[in-house]
Design a protein around this ligand. Sequence first.
Ligand code: ATP
Length: 283
Amino acid sequence: MPPVIETQELTKRYGRRPALVDCSIAIPPGRIAGLVGPNGAGKSTLLALTCGLITPTEGRITVLGGAPGVNAAQLARVGFVAQDAPVYSGLSVADHLRLGARLNPRWDDGLARRRIERLGLDPDQKAGRLSGGQRAQLALTIAAAKRGELLILDEPVASLDPIARRTFLYDLLDFVGELGVTVVLSSHLLGDLAQVCDHLIVLGGGRVQIAGDVADILAVHHRIAADRSGAGGLPSGAQVVFTDRGVSGGSTIVRSAEPIPGAEHTDLEDIGMAYMMAAEARR
Ligand SMILES: Nc1ncnc2c1ncn2[C@@H]1O[C@H](COP(=O)(O)OP(=O)(O)OP(=O)(O)O)[C@@H](O)[C@H]1O
């Protein structure tokens, strides 16, 4: 199956300022891909390129086999929820569904109504009076009912409390299972992404630090005590990603296809953080 999103040496500059540099990624179909990186790392730029809202300065990007946003048919296949879950505050929940039905040729009204009911949203409530979590859920419902093949969510949980975040993410999981779509989800909250993502892209300073399926990433990363991180004690080909000296003597995340005797389990949160810290340290 060809990737849903594929980029080759994709670069975007605003004027002379590079926002994304030589980005080469491939997201296979059916994945929930997490996109993380510190402020200004290039996440929104990559998502905007994916939706065709902006065009590359150099390199190539293919979305669902074509140029992003090239025509109405292509746009109909992609659902996009921008940062802060934009909704029309003067319109009611029901008005949003009516607008969605009018604007989207493949609109799934049954799906939209079922979700609104399940979430307990009052159809007559004005969107401006919904809570942040409810607004995020409404925006996700509209993007989903478009019945596209790719859902792009730019920091959809940023303004939500931990309970609303958890509900939103588990709901997303359910619904990806139901619709079989591919999702790209950006967030600063690595712990949240680790719960739902099976593909990860870490950006730092506009460059891809690591990208791939979560299972593959976990298989080649190890945590060892900081004082063992001298290259002498590691298998050949091992790469020290980052040493964090702050936590009880410190620890080092190492990338190695070979097992490392005595290494501890590490998780996606630690690995993502190590790549981001390493990128920051190089700047
Ligand atoms: N329209 C623009 N004009 C000029 N520079 C921009 C524009 N949009 C983004 N940038 C710059 O490009 C870089 C990447 O920005 P981007 O918004 O993609 O990062 P981000 O990872 O989404 O950040 P955040 O986590 O803060 O939302 C930053 O240095 C930013 O200042």
